[in-house]
Every structure is written in structure tokens, then in C-alpha cells.
Design a protein around this ligand. Sequence first.
Ligand code: F6R
Length: 594
Amino acid sequence: MGYIGKRSAQPIILGALKRLEYRGYDSCGFAVLSNGKIEVFKERGSIDELEKALSGVNVGGTVGVGHTRWATHGEPSRRNAHPHTDCKGDIAVVHNGIIENFQHLRETLAAEGHVFRSDTDTEVVAHLVERYYNGNLEEAVRRALHEVKGSYALAILHKADEKIVAARSRSPLVLGVGDSEFFVASDVPALLEHTNRVVHLEDGDLVIITREGFRIENGGNVVPRKMETVLWSIEDAERGGYEHFMLKEIHETPRVIENTLATHLRDGVLGGVDLDLDVPQSSEILMVACGTSFHAALVGKYVIEELASVPVRVELASEFNYATTPLSRETLVVGITQSGETADTLSALKRAKAAGCATLAITNVLGSSVTRLADRIIYTRAGPEICVAATKTFTAQLITLYLLALHFSSIELAERQKMLKELRRLPTAVQRVLDAEDEIKEVSGRITSYENVFFIGRGISFPVALEGALKLKEISYIHAEGYAAGELKHGPFALLTEETPVVAVVAPDRTYDIMLNNIKEVKARKPPVIAVADEHDEEIEKYVDFVIRTSHVEPIFSAITNSVALQLLAYYAAKERGCEIDKPRNLAKSVTVE
Ligand code: F6R
């Protein structure tokens, strides 16, 4: 968030940051230009705590930037909170996004004598601007950004200039236009209290904002951008115009995949994947998790066994904690938990540690309890998830597990490169699933009036079916069961009637023909059958009543595209049934009791 105008910047910035609290954060801070000096205040924790620390003092100044941080590089702490400054404290930077080449930049700048005071990727920007500053802030920012790879929404101050320079690349940034005052923020709700006239900046845009006006450049040329009037309420704006956080978060999936890949893929690293992990000497991997994360683990088992030929066992953390299964010290135990706080998963990792096993956690929340427990951590980069039902974080877990499988794998270079190329194509493939959401919405109408739905799949599509059923039941309250397609005839067939729709997840892999047989067996019992199938599958229509088409990807990655389709199916079914969606009854986002 940034402000420049005639009013005092501090209360405007803090008020705006409060409007962004729904995004989740663990620390916050702001900087103002006051009497020719940059004054920085930051705190771990909430904006209320920062205000308490200021004990009613307004530091003055009518230009400033502020930030709420959700930690991605470096633990949540005061020193890692933004704004970050250069060596002399003349420049203040706030940033959303990930500077992918920060390690290299940091080493180069440190060798030139720059002293770093945080663990963040952001701090390199302050030092880069310092390196190039020669009396002209925008010129220094331009040159600095030339060296930066990654995603960013940046707002930058210099003590000698009554201006804000802001820039955008693959992270949202919006300019708010008031009367002789301007705002810049990551999201519209931050501005709405002051103005509804906004300019959505585009990738590559650099904007120079003074009290007199603003100038937007892209690639060195001044560019015109449309001013729009926002008609949303603040609540609508928090959800980015989407009716629910769940839908917003599903739509964030392509960006989440990009961010997770950007964090863990590196040029020049053996095999492209950089997880800073030894390839296990272990004879076995054991994964422990709950709920949706358990389903991610089941997909992970399939992928790791396929690509790395290491046997993988998956256990529900709640069961594992009371099991007497012997644990070998040679087992690598992987805990998967998006929140990092699930009590059962934490206990399972403790049990593994006590048995002398190496432990690894995959989590989305930096500084969460699991990060203090496991020997190694891999972060998913999904950003905060507000809807209770996990969607984008599940996809980020899957991406991480594909990377882990590739990291452990010794497949040939050409095959590995093909897989990496496919992974990089996934954001586009998922976007195409999202673009076809109207069709999914229509199909969802075929299940909303029923009380029981089965989801079936084989191989990698079995856990996808389990997850599809979980998503549907938790938000629409339709009873749904996920089943291995071959298992239906061992009992559940007794329940199949015209009143029991079956959703079949069909991947074009070695299970395809047998899956068609299973669908035929189901059809003979008269239930309506919906298939989720590859767009190139020409057979499937003959076997089922409705088809949800998903973008063609290598079959091993169909878990991603098909899961996103099933998330949308659950969402639209729940919406049609008038359910609450973001906060389903009886459920909590973090389950901190066993
Ligand atoms: C379902 C869901 C839950 C969580 C489970 C584990 O949509 O969100 O099933 O997956 O409570 O949570 P984490 O991953 O935080 O350990």
C-alpha cells in the first residue's frame, strides 16, 4: 500500500492495511517520509500490535508505503517485516511476490559491500536501487528491475523525493486516483474507503506518482491505461469480485502453480529441481497427513513410485499415532499439512522423530508449528487460503510432490526435461479448465437434487476421486463417497440406483480400458454417470451421460486438471443448494486437536 497526498499518510496506510487483513499476514510495517527522513515502523503480529507499539504517536509525513507480510522467505519476525531499506536507510521498499534470483543478487551485492539485515528476497531490491541511485529514483528503479527475475508488486520511496515509484510484474497492483492524492495497493479493498477511481496496472508497468499526478511507463515508453470506476462494496472487493473465497482461490491456481515451480525449479541445478534435500538412502518413504492433504499424499505415492521407484506408504496421521506398525530408522517420514498446525500430523511426525526417522514437512505456512518440528521443510507457495475447504493449497501440494518425485528420480535426462516442460505447461492447462467453468456449472446441476453420489477412479485417479467426494460433501452436504472403481462390485453396488449419480474420473493411462469396463458395470445398474475425461478422449461419450472435459496433459498430471474440475463441480453444486461454502458447518480451517 502506498499513499501520497496532503493528508497524514500513517492513518491512511494503517487503515488500508486493515482492509487487507482478510488475506492473512504474520507481520506488518510502514515507512513515511517525514522532514526529509525515512521513518520505518514494523512489528511481528497484527496491525493492532503495531499501533500499540506506536502508542498513539503519528509520525507525520504525507508520503508513505506500508505492507502486511505473509512470510515466504525468512521466518515471520520484525526484522523480516517490510518495509526493507538500503544500507543508509534512504530507500524504503514494500513488495509482494517472489524475487526468484534473489540469492544470486544478494551474493553479488554483499560482495560489493551491501549489508543485509533480513532473510527476505525483498531486501535485494532496496540495495539494487541504492546501487543505481544517482538523484533520480525512477531511473534507479528501472535499472534495478532490469536485474530482477520473478514476480513483484513494488512500492518504493526515497528520502530525497516526494514521490512513490511502483512497479508490477505478475503480482496485482492497482493505482487509486483521488483529489490531489493517489494510492497504490495490491488489492482494491485497500483503496475503496478513499476513492473508487482506479487504474489496474499491467505486467511491466512502472508508475511514478507525485501529488501532481502519475505517469505510467512500460518498456521505457509512456503508456495510456484506462481509469475505471469500481462499483463493488468493500466486501465484494475482498473477494476480488468473486462471490466466494473458494471460487477466487480456485481461480488463483495457475498463479499458485507458477509460484511453486518458480521457487523450486532452478536453471543449472542437477535435474532442474532445487529442493535442498539429499536423495534418501531410505528404503521407504512414509507419508502422514489428514483430509485433503492425505489425498495429496496418495497422489504423491503414485507419482513417486512411478518416477523414482521408491516404495511409498501413506497413513492417516490420526491412525498412525495409535498404530503399532514398526518403524524402521531407514524410513523417510513426510508430513503434509497446508496449515502446519494439524495436531494429528504433528503428533505423527513426533512419533517418527522419536523412532529416529528423518522427517520432512510439506506446508504452506512459514513459521507454523510443523516447521519447528521436521528436519526439513518444503514450502508450497499457494498464499493464504481463506475458504475452509482446501483447493489451491491441494494443487500446490501436488506440484510439490511431483517435484519431490523428480528430485528422487533417476529417469533419463530427456524424459526429465519432458516432465519439466509439462509441469511448466500446467498453469495454461488449468486456466483452460477454469475457462470452461460454465460447462462444469451446468453438469453440477445434474447432481444437486440427489442425496448420494459416488466418485470412482483407478490408479492416480483414485485419490482424485476421493478428494472430489470430500470436496462435494463438505461444502454441499451431499453425501459423497470416493471409491476405487474396481471395488464397487464388492459391496457398494447394492446402493446403485437411478438416484445415485456416479462421477468417474478417467485418465488416458494404463487404467483406461478397465475403467471403461467398470463404468459399463455401473451403467447397467442405471445411475446417471458423469465422466471427468481428457478433451481428446473420443470414446468416453458412448459410455456415460455427461462429460466434463479437461485439458490434455500427460496422464500423470491429469490429477491436477481433473481435481480442479472437481473443485468447480463441488462449488457449483453447493452454490445451487444455497450452502454457505466458505465456512461449512462444523468445520475449522486449522484442526489443532487430535
Ligand atoms: C478439506 C480440508 C481438510 C484439511 C485437513 C488437513 O477441504 O481442508 O480436510 O485438508 O484438515 O489440514 P492441513 O493440510 O492443514 O493439515
